[in-house]
Write a protein that binds this ligand. Structure first.
Ligand code: ATP
Length: 697
């Protein structure tokens, strides 16, 4: 493609940026920029005073500000958007403005590309438009369908595709999109069949049908290709029938073919569904550039141009920056908008160039609405014949009624799925991902077997001699330690993995925090409990502990309470601490504290009063005390040498170790109370930590 054919090749050897900064250049076409002063004092050409665009072949109705369905109105418009953050430089703290009064709008059926050099502010602007900006100071106005955005409605009308594809690696392509459909489309509005049809059509549109049964995969497990994964991310957003799709660097990390395919598909879908798309793209090639109806060029947080790429070429040429014939226009735009760090002189010059370009564009007083009218509503009749041909060839056009797609959103807040249905769906997803998580399941299984063999053999047939007192107490200590450590280490990791995905999904209001948390408990708890029972019961009988049914069931219940409390603490640490690295340190510390104050290492009654309270907040203390009391209660020991030191009654042992502060029932009740409390704290801290704190204007 050569969208600027017919003009002269100016420079072919060096980058445009360095060319433009070579003030002493002998190139005649750049003579006017012979000095920085000259450069800045360039008179405005007639075109600058009221920049005119080359009309594209669009239909008469659109030209007059009307689409075939009536007057055109922007789907999203932004006016004078300014964003600053506090930055710390050495000891000083100051405000840094990342975006300076950016205005624009996007119409239904339009694809807008945000382009600019690295650090220009593309992602920042994109996040503001998508309602995903946190921290800092945000000013200006953003309107959705001509009105101030209502976060609850807006976030569910806009699909945001992050740069990183955060998805469950163990789910297949179809499952990933299906779960998004189940969670975000209410049963009231969509039947199960409609959801299935919708998923199928999304996969078809994104050319994913042939890999629908393939797993997403990750670094350890091979899955779909990078391009396919990106298309799945887009599918997850599209399945909810959004009005707009916002994509952050959808082409990053992809080879040029896959990158082109992604951008082309977004364009086709945008047109066929009449939605709007805004995406940041680092360095699009000429074909990708051609997919954008308009490009918004940013440099150093300033708006440098907003219009079609053809217009951009003409505009920059009118400013004395002709695009070299053989250069990709996108590269050319980036070049002239980039700072040149080669020397202080070049840097100063490039700074002035950027200042000039941003000032020129704002002074050109180009009413963007006038420009925009050329594009709005054109999804029905794309303006560019070539683009249209490609779109028709590649897009699978869906009759809106057939798949249930709609192009108009009502203003009422979208309803959520039924609470129980949400728990069920999330639990279903967790079951699938857990069952397919081979390394996790093997770690859990291996832990159970090794603890069973290790402790079972170590404490094999304890007998009833006096020496068995120490062994019995040691066994309960080892059981407490191993079970808490095992549960924490296994479930903390998988919880963080799931939390990462939840944090990415929360922005679109996919589900409630309560259902997310409950689903985790519903899935993790049985697994944690059953895998612990395996070794507990095995060791219990191998050691030959009291075999009466009441004794076995009491010990097993106390042990189960310990597992539930530990899982609660694990989820509390996982919810409260932001990173897994820190959380594993915190959880190790918690286990150590539990163990120290668990009543085994130090005699429960002999601790200093100042630190004694710590044993009362240690769940291990109660469970350990309860289990020891259960085992020693009514136990008759044999004394070989009756030298007066022998304790023939297990109850005397309980007294000796001062493990008689609470009854077994009290220990169990306190344990249950702790389990409830820790889970409650975990849920509350999850709500607090995961609550989006986005800024809205
Ligand atoms: N929260 C923040 N605090 C301080 N500086 C920030 C913050 N967010 C962004 N920046 C800075 O603002 C500038 C714009 O960042 P942004 O990520 O929007 O750029 P970008 O154009 O998307 O760059 P890239 O193409 O490299 O991703 C960068 O210099 C970045 O370091």
């Amino acid at each position: 493609m050569n969208i600027h054919s017919g003009r002269q090749l100016v420079v072919t050897s060096s980058s445009t940026s360095s060319r433009l900064d070579s003030i002493s250049s002998t190139n005649s076409s750049q003579q006017q920029f012979g000095s920085t002063r000259d450069f800045m004092e360039q008179p405005l050409s007639p075109i600058d005073a009221g920049y005119q665009t080359t009309p594209e072949p669009y239909d008469e109705a659109t030209k007059n500000g009307y689409g075939s369905k009536g007057p055109l109105a922007p789907l999203l418009s932004w006016e004078n958007v300014t964003y600053s953050v506090r930055v710390k430089d050495k000891e000083k703290s100051s405000m840094r403005t990342l975006l300076h009064g950016i205005s624009g709008e996007v119409y239904p059926g339009e694809v807008i590309g945000l382009l600019g050099p690295s650090g220009a502010g593309k992602t920042t602007l994109l996040n503001i438009l998508a309602g995903r900006i946190e921290g800092g100071v945000l000013n200006g106005k953003v309107q959705f369908r001509g009105k101030k955005r209502v976060p609850g409605i807006f976030k569910r009308r806009v699909a945001y595709v992050e740069q990183e594809d955060v998805m469950f690696p163990m789910l297949t392509v179809e499952e990933t999109i299906m779960f998004a459909a189940k969670l975000r489309l209410t049963d009231k509005k969509y039947s199960q069949l409609q959801k299935v049809e919708r998923v199928a059509s999304v996969m078809q549109q994104l050319r994913l049908s042939h890999v629908k049964g393939s797993k997403i995969g990750d670094a350890l497990n091979r899955g779909v290709s990078g391009g396919e994964r990106k298309r799945v991310s887009i599918g997850v957003g599209l399945v909810t029938d959004p009005d707009m799709i916002v994509l952050d660097e959808p082409t990053s990390g992809l080879d040029s073919n896959s990158a082109e395919m992604v951008v082309e598909l977004v364009r086709d879908i945008t047109r066929s569904r009449g939605i709007a798309s805004v995406m940041t793209v680092h360095q699009p090639n000429a074909n990708m550039l051609n997919c954008f109806d308009r490009i918004l060029l940013l440099s150093q947080g300033h708006l440098v141009f907003f219009g079609s790429s053809n217009e951009a070429i003409e505009y920059f040429e009118s400013k004395g920056f002709p695009c070299p014939l053989r250069q990709n226009p996108a590269d050319f735009f980036i070049d002239i908008m980039s700072l040149n760090n080669r020397s202080p002189h070049d840097l100063e010059l490039s700074r002035r160039r950027i200042e000039f370009l941003s000032q020129s564009f704002s002074e050109s007083k180009q009413p963007t609405a006038k420009l925009s009218l050329s594009y709005g509503g054109l999804y029905e009749q794309p303006f560019n014949p070539t683009t249209l041909a490609t779109a028709n060839a590649s897009a699978i056009r869906l009759a809106p009624s057939a798949a249930g797609w709609g192009t108009t959103a009502d203003e009422t807040p979208p309803q959520r799925a039924n609470w129980l249905f949400e728990v069920k769906t999330l639990a279903q997803r967790d079951v699938i991902t857990t069952v397919r998580h081979f390394t996790f399941l093997s770690a859990v299984g291996l832990n159970s077997i090794s603890v069973l063999l290790l402790l079972g053999l170590l404490f094999y047939k304890l007998g009833h001699e006096i020496e068995s007192i120490q062994n019995r107490i040691g066994l309960f200590f080892a059981l407490t330690l191993n079970s808490t450590y095992g549960v924490m280490s296994h479930y903390l990791y998988v919880y963080y993995k799931a939390k990462d995905i939840m944090l990415s999904e929360r922005g679109s209001g996919s589900y409630r925090m309560s259902t997310f948390y409950l689903a985790k408990v519903v899935v993790y708890l049985p697994l944690a409990v059953f895998s612990s029972w395996v070794y507990f019961l095995g060791i219990y009988f191998m050691a030959g502990l009291q075999s009466g049914a009441t004794k076995v069931l009491t010990s097993l219940s106390l042990f189960t309470v310990l597992i539930v409390v530990t899982l609660g603490v694990t989820l509390l640490v996982g919810s409260f601490v932001d990173t897994y690295d820190l959380a594993s340190v915190v959880s190790a510390l918690a286990i150590t504290t539990w163990v120290i104050f668990g009543g085994h290492l130090a005699n429960a009654g002999d601790l200093l009063p100042a630190i004694r309270w710590m044993q009362f907040i240690s769940p291990a203390f109660y469970i350990y005390e309860g289990m020891v009391r259960t085992e020693f209660g009514g136990l008759q020991l044999h004394c070989r040498a009756n030298n007066g030191l022998c304790m023939a009654r297990g109850d005397d042992v309980i007294k000796l170790y001062k493990l008689d502060q609470f009854t077994v029932g009290q220990c169990a009740l306190i344990g249950v109370g702790m389990a409830v409390l820790y889970n409650l704290f975990a849920y509350m801290s999850l709500r607090w930590k995961a609550k989006p704190r986005y800024l809205w204007i």
